[in-house]
Design a protein around this ligand. Structure first.
Ligand code: MLT
Length: 385
């Protein structure tokens, strides 16, 4: 068999690789604590589960879903965008149901990128931004991102020959994995850059609801001119503890939404309508669950920061996301430190280099583990060091 070249060019998917190492240790009977993938440990709120239990009984939900998502779901998305951000989107033309935002991020490449083209991705970012380009036989230009630019991907220096072939720019704030946030001024600069160079701006806003210390994350679509060049991808995974449900949405520029919808019409048949019905309840129902969840994550964040400080690793308290981004101790690469922590302390952390070139020298710690396990994990790391 002759597998496509692009598959050979893909690095192993970061989280699949980490899962394999974790499982291998668990199979030996070792108690491994995973602070790797951001997969909320808290259950989906009861009112959403109950809505699903009702929705699954409705026979009309047992047939094929609408390709773009049910109109009721897209209307709920539009209403949420208005209520949460004051952003108007047309439910029919400017929204699209996704089978999780990862699906939309992967497939948007098929709608915009030709072989040999470029996508602009942060030099530390969700692996699917560049993976999607590789699958399209296209290239990724990594926009530098580091502590000195406050983890704001720098698009000021893209060479002209790359720029002329660039079709998509990916950004994501609140940022996975660094926890960084972006100012309106930064978003405005990105919008005007993409507008000047005719590039689709894809803003990954999967962490919009998880924030601390009074910070409230915006939508890029709040900014003037954004809808001319941008779409935004949202996920219910982290906001409502629904990672396993696979539900999200894209909103924004109608041409881009239509193009992504065309790709999806040809590839999938939409998300189970019962899941969309439950998601309507998530978006339109009582939002207290979010504040409760954020209080738990804030407590865990502080617990991790205190423990890291005690072993001489200081890091900025993130104002958003479920991640702590920390420098590895001197003398280690990201991978060496993650490997040491895994094999000797039996704790999974994500090596920063897995997110791209500028992630070297860092690890990411996910806060999606119960407090007592999280505490045990940081104690194990402390003892190891
Ligand atoms: C992460 O850990 O970065 C995310 O949970 C992975 C994902 O959303 O696919």
């Amino acid at each position: 068999m002759k597998i496509a070249n692009c598959l050979n060019n893909l690095p192993p998917y970061l989280f699949a690789q980490i899962d394999a190492k974790r499982n291998a240790l668990r199979e030996q009977g070792i108690d491994v604590i995973s602070l790797g993938i951001g997969d909320p440990d808290m259950p989906t709120p009861e009112h959403i589960v109950n809505a699903m239990a009702e929705a699954i009984k409705r026979p009309e939900n047992h047939q094929y879903p609408d390709y773009a998502g049910s109109l009721a779901y897209r209307q709920a998305v539009a209403a949420w965008m208005q209520k949460r951000f004051g952003v108007n989107v047309d439910a029919s033309e400017e929204t699209l149901a996704l089978i999780g935002s990862k699906e939309g991020i992967a497939h948007i490449h098929m709608a915009f990128v030709n072989p040999g083209d470029y996508v602009l991705a942060p030099s530390i970012g969700y692996p699917v931004y560049s993976g999607g380009a590789t699958l399209m036989h296209a290239n990724t230009w990594f926009m530098p991102m580091n502590a000195s630019n406050n983890w704001l991907a720098d698009f000021s220096d893209v060479p002209q020959d790359v720029l002329s072939k660039s079709k998509i720019m990916f950004l994501g704030y609140p940022n996975n994995p660094t926890g960084a946030i972006a100012s309106p001024k930064y978003f405005d600069a990105a919008i005007s850059f993409c507008s000047e160079h005719d590039i689709l701006l894809v803003h990954d806003n999967a962490y919009s609801e998880i924030s601390y210390d009074g910070y409230v994350a915006p939508s890029i679509l709040e900014r003037p001119g954004a809808k001319d060049v941008a779409i935004e991808m949202f996920s219910l995974s982290k906001s409502y503890n629904m990672t396993g449900w696979r539900i999200g949405f894209a909103v924004g520029n109608a041409t881009a939404i239509k193009a992504l919808g065309t790709v999806k019409n040809n590839l999938d048949s939409g998300q189970f309508t019962a899941i969309q019905d439950a998601a309507i309840v998530a978006l339109g129902g009582n939002q207290d669950c979010i504040a409760q969840m954020n209080a738990v994550y804030a407590r865990r964040r502080d617990l991790v920061l205190d423990a890291l400080a005690a072993i001489g690793i200081s890091c900025e308290p993130p104002k958003a996301t479920i991640y702590v981004w920390a420098r590895v101790p001197d003398g280690y690469t990201s991978a060496e430190f993650a490997e040491k922590v895994l094999t000797q302390a039996h704790v999974v952390v994500t090596p920063g280099n897995g997110y791209g070139p500028d992630g070297e020298g860092y690890i990411r710690i996910s806060l999606t583990t119960p407090d007592e396990r999280l505490l045990e994990a940081v104690m194990r790391i402390k003892e190891l060091l």
